[in-house]
Design a protein around this ligand. Structure first.
Ligand SMILES: [Zn+2]
Length: 218
């Protein structure tokens, strides 16, 4: 069984993937992880990758596909993969299907995590964390008891910090890219009848429960 966890940035793809890794013993495939692992490997490709990334260029689809094909054909993980954040566009979706076909596999289901964009913007742009103990808060959903004050008694920090890319305009831009490039993939898979919609506005454990019941019925 191969799955794609699908949804906009902030929908909880990474969180739900790691639960499946634990409970279903699946392999979580994210292109970021693949690239980092390849860079460390010292292979010929890793030298080429380093040059591309040092120059600030985007890694081509060919290289990404090459790394993914290695995993799809790897007996220790094949047919037991959760794709997290891949494919990102229709071209990638089609090449993924071709690659899987080559190794007699397919995507069993697309788990589509549905979330209101207004909530996503607040989830991401509201993220702050304590400058000392790193405790995470959300200015909208989980604010500190006193403003800008870490409520953990063992920590007397008076400073909560925000990542520079967690602001409303960056989030809105990422959602627009998602709408333009990634969302069309969903229609492609809907025509194959393998999209399973999940209401990801629910509590994390409820979402996990829904995903598990979908998997058990595949
Ligand atoms: Zn703190």
């Amino acid at each position: 069984m191969n799955l794609i966890l699908f949804g906009p940035p902030g929908a909880g793809k990474g969180t739900q993937s790691s639960f499946l890794v634990e409970s279903e013993k699946m392999f979580q495939l994210s292109t970021g992880d693949l690239l980092r692992a390849e860079l460390k490997s010292g292979s010929d490709l890793s030298k080429q990758l380093k040059e591309i990334m040092d120059a600030g260029k985007l890694v081509s689809d060919d290289i990404i596909n090459n790394l993914i094909e290695k995993k799809i054909s790897d007996p220790s993980v094949k047919n037991n993969i959760i794709f997290d954040g891949f494919p990102r566009n229709l071209e990638q979706a089609k090449s993924l299907d071709d690659m899987l076909d080559k190794y007699n596999q397919k995507i069993s289901a697309i788990i589509n995590l549905k979330v209101d964009y207004s909530v996503l913007v607040k989830r991401i742009s509201g993220r702050v964390s304590c400058s000392i103990c790193k405790k995470p808060f959300n200015e909208f959903f989980d604010p500190p008891v006193e403003p800008n004050n870490c409520s953990n008694n063992k920590c007397d920090s008076r400073e909560l910090i925000k990542r520079s890319d967690d602001n409303e305009s960056t989030v809105t831009n990422r959602l627009k890219t998602y709408d333009d490039q990634t969302l069309p993939i969903l229609d492609y898979y809907r025509k194959k009848g393998i999209v399973k919609d999940v209401d990801a506005m629910k509590a994390i454990n409820e979402v996990t429960g829904e995903i598990k019941s979908i998997i058990s019925n595949l």
